[in-house]
Design a protein. Structure first.
Length: 124
């Protein structure tokens, strides 16, 4: 059974990227934040290393509800690849095709970098 993350740790996770979702960059209020395990539970169990803690701050990211829903139990690379193909799936939707025809919708492919990677590379 998974244990819940302490409030003090949840606050640290929320502050990790100044209240932004680590993946899309959307500003999220503390009450709306979901805590994502960067390395998911099922992978952690498969590669259990003594002394490591799945709930350590280094394995936790602040996430908006949508990103956490789509990341589910994917690792970062699988989630990245999933998002990289999102524009292809979106453009198949009929109403989106109409929006494209009228110039209402503009679909830009994901550049492959999550928000936290962009801000970390800016800090270098």
């Amino acid at each position: 059974m998974r244990k819940s993350i302490k409030k003090s740790d949840r606050i640290k996770v929320h502050e990790k990227y100044n209240g932004h979702c680590a993946y899309c960059g959307k500003l999220i209020e503390y009450k709306d934040m979901q805590v994502d395990h960067i390395r998911p539970h099922r992978e952690w169990i498969d590669a259990l290393v003594e002394g490591e803690n799945i709930d350590s701050l280094s394995n936790l990211n602040p996430s908006c509800k949508r990103c956490n829903h789509y990341k589910r139990s994917l690792n970062l690379e699988k989630f990245r690849n999933y998002i990289k193909t999102l524009h292809e799936r979106i453009s198949k939707d009929y109403i989106v095709k109409v929006g494209l025809d009228y110039g209402i919708v503009n679909i830009t492919p994901f550049d492959g970098k999550f928000y936290y990677e962009k801000i970390e590379s800016e800090g270098e």
